[in-house]
Structure formats: C-alpha cells, structure tokens
Design a protein around this ligand. Sequence first.
Ligand code: DX5
Ligand code: ZN
Length: 246
Amino acid sequence: MIELAPSILSADFARLGAEAQAAVEGGASVLHVDVMDGHFVPNITIGPPVVACLRKVSKVPLDCHLMIEQPDQFIPAFAQAGADWISVHREACVHLDRTLHLIAAHGCKPGVVINPATPVIAIDEVLALVHHVLVMSVNPGFGGQTFIHSSLKKIELLSKIRESRRLGFRIEVDGGVHRDTVADVVRAGAEILVSGSAIFEQGNPSENARQLLKAALDVTKQPVQDLSSVVGGSAAGERGNSLRLP
Ligand code: DX5
Ligand code: ZN
C-alpha cells in the first residue's frame, strides 16, 4: 500500500497544526517528524513537546525519524509524547538490536534508517525486527536537497530480500521525493513516501499532497499492456510484472 508521509520540517511552524491537517486532507496518511540534534546531523529541529502538540491535533501515525546520537536516551520521551513509529539510524546506534527492542518495548513500531553511503547489508541482521526500513535518498539534515539516484538500487534490493525471506517490513524513502522522482521510487518498491518541500514550501499543502499521491498511485495502476507495446515478446511480461508493488 502506497502512503504519503509529509515531512513537517518544511511546514510553517507557526501554523503547524493547520498545515499538518491540510496535508492529511489531501490524502497523507502518516506525518513524518524529523528530529535533529546538531551532532549526528548539522542541524537542530524539534523534540517531544512538538510531537505531543501534533498528537493532540492529528490521529494519523506520527513517524518520528530520529537523526540523533544516543537515541536510547530519548526514545521513552518520544513514546510518551505520542509517537507511533520511531526510526533510528544504523550509523548512530552501536547496539542497534537493543535500541530496536527498546522502541518496541515502549509500544512503538521500530524502524531502521540508512544514509546514502550505508549499504543494505549493514542492516541485514535486523530486517526481521523492524516495522519499516527508511532509505535516505539525501544526506540527512536539511529539506529541499537533490535526490540521490543510487538509493533506488537499495530500495530494489530491500524489496527482493523481503520477498525471498518472506519478511514483513515496509520500505520508506526520504529526501528529494517530488513529482519528478516519485515514479522512480515507487517502481523501485518504496511504499511510504516522505516528502517535505514538495508539500509545504509552495502553494497549498492539501493540493500538493493530493497531486503527489496521485502521481505515485498512477504508477502502480500502469497496465502491463502499456509496456508490451514498447518492448514486445516475452520480455513484456517481465517488465510489466516488475512495475507491480510486492
Ligand atoms: C532530511 C529529512 C527529510 C526532509 C525531506 O534530513 O529527513 O525528511 O525533510 O525533505 P525534502 O522532501 O524537501 O527532501
Ligand atoms: Zn526524515
């Protein structure tokens, strides 16, 4: 199932509740909350009090992406504030297995995140533990950056591993997702699409969300015969199948 998870990082914080609600009205079904500590990434954003405020105005799952060092110290506070999903970076966790169990023990869905320079193999041992894998398609720290195309191969690989091992994790992508890149990430196998600047920076968040979600869903509806006319023969079936979501 394709879901849109607007990143509130690019929202107008003075109108955060209304902006988040507008995105949800446009079809977003998750709200992505970027937490930065000024150490793991060169930027500082928000903490549990803002999550608690969002919790009061929205019922959709709050997806807290912790770009922080020593996340174990803060997981209880985010859970208490109302986070539903909490993801931590492979690169920030020495004892990743323990941290993922800690998230689950606090009643939240655990996720693991990999930076553009981190290969999928680095999280191989925890794939059975996580609710979602978040593939960064920019270097974390800022909104509005350019999509890094090598992340597509990692999304494809995760999709294949999930199928071959019959695992249940969901695949999320974060960074540079907008109307020009959304089709590629959906074709690669991403299903939870984080998007910040494309939703909140210009125009109406509700309409922006609606259009981006429609563009993503249109990819999944593309009929097999569309490709058969392009490639022909038995290869047509193979290409067509590769467009479908797992
Ligand atoms: C980057 C954050 C992203 C960011 C995405 O560190 O994790 O969630 O807000 O913003 P866009 O969609 O503008 O790349
Ligand atoms: Zn994020």
